[in-house]
Design a protein around this ligand. Structure first.
Ligand code: SF4
Length: 66
């Protein structure tokens, strides 16, 4: 999981569609759903959290922290 300091966890890097491709030492980030290049810290409404983050969100909701 890649997060930039101070940002919310609702970002591309915690989305099920986030892909990392590495060629010749260059790392690029893509959205597998839309097919575009993205950045780990970009935030969009199409966000679909990975299971680990989904569980965290549910836990926070139960605890009234959301
Ligand atoms: S652009 Fe939307 S669907 Fe694609 S990785 Fe980012 S949040 Fe997920």
């Amino acid at each position: 999981m890649i997060l930039e300091k101070g940002k919310t966890f609702k970002v591309c890097s915690t989305c099920i569609n986030f892909l990392i491709k590495e060629t010749d030492g260059n790392r690029k980030f893509y959205c597998g759903r839309l097919g575009y290049e993205t950045k780990p810290y970009y935030s969009f409404n199409c966000w679909d959290p990975i299971p680990k983050v989904k569980k965290l969100l549910e836990k926070r909701k139960r605890e009234g922290r959301l």
